[in-house]
Design a protein around this ligand. Sequence first.
Ligand code: MG
Length: 254
Amino acid sequence: MKVARFSVENAIHYGIVDGDELVVLSGDPMFAGFDTTGERVPLAKATLLAPVIPRSKVVCVGKNYHDHAAEMGGEAPTEPLLFLKPNTSVIGPGDTIVRPKQSQFTSFEGELAVVIGAIAKNVAPERADEVIFGYTIANDITARDLQKLDGQWARAKGFDTFCPLGPVIETEFDVDGGRIETRLNGKVVQSAPLSDMVHSVADIVAHASAAFTLLPGDVILTGTPAGVGPFVAGDQIEVEVPGIGVLRSSARDA
Ligand code: MG
């Protein structure tokens, strides 16, 4: 099931994608279940929004694909390397990434994103599915120059607009059979099976929830494969995970 958050006629709703229509839900399905209002909205009339606004945090995993760790000049860490992005960095599908004046080198990082659906603390890997609401797509935008300059990654990863999310949450996604592909102005720049992840989604949920309590609506970015690179104002970036959709973003300078 594909869950969307969308606006139509100045009101924000949640809905289930059904062909070229949205079946309108009576509330946020993460908290209110899947009761419908009886209304349907054509997808063409709706503006899709970030399908979730992370309740408290976006947890990210660094260097979770061997080939990306190698291109960054190292090896994948033996345990998931965690960092955070603020929820104020989130934008929706079709929104514009703003390249801040402080950075001369902004990079895309296409990633599978896990949407947490229950309060989670010390979750065993084999029980991770119980706290996962579904999956969406993210672009872990990074000011690469500031990442190197600062040492700490909070600023380089945390600017406003640096976390495009969407277009929808797929509640029944099969990670093991999945792929991810990033295109820059139509050219494929990243392409990998999700099975190339060093640490599995279950292990990441376990590792992250051993450190922080995860809340419903928190999001975990699972790392990016090789092929990261710079983008500039005017570029179009697409991250596709078949079975979930395509997350499209444009870019401009501040
Ligand atoms: Mg990343």
